[in-house]
Design a protein around this ligand. Structure first.
Ligand SMILES: [Zn+2]
Length: 87
């Protein structure tokens, strides 16, 4: 889905204007406090009102969310190495 606000990754500076929900949720629009990954550098991110801030994965209290984020990050990294010019 398209994000209503253009946001930039605080890790690499890539413009991120779309998101993909990965958890079991009925809410499609991310809200401040939700977690995601940058598809440019695989950096952990947290949504804020106006953009993103860097997320310290070890401070994510919900263990299941922490595991899902780490697994998704590994999957994306593997995908990037198989298709080197994807981004
Ligand atoms: Zn990034």
């Amino acid at each position: 889905m398209r994000l209503p606000i253009k946001r930039f990754c605080p890790h690499c500076g890539k413009k991120l204007d779309a998101a993909l929900p990965v958890s079991d949720t009925t809410e499609l629009q991310p809200k401040p406090g939700d977690y995601t990954l940058c598809f440019g550098c695989c950096g952990y991110l947290e949504f804020t009102e106006a953009g993103f801030k860097k997320l310290n994965i070890n401070k994510v209290k919900n263990v299941q969310n922490r595991i899902e984020l780490k697994q998704l990050r590994q999957y994306i990294k593997r995908l990037y190495t198989k298709i080197p010019n994807i981004h």
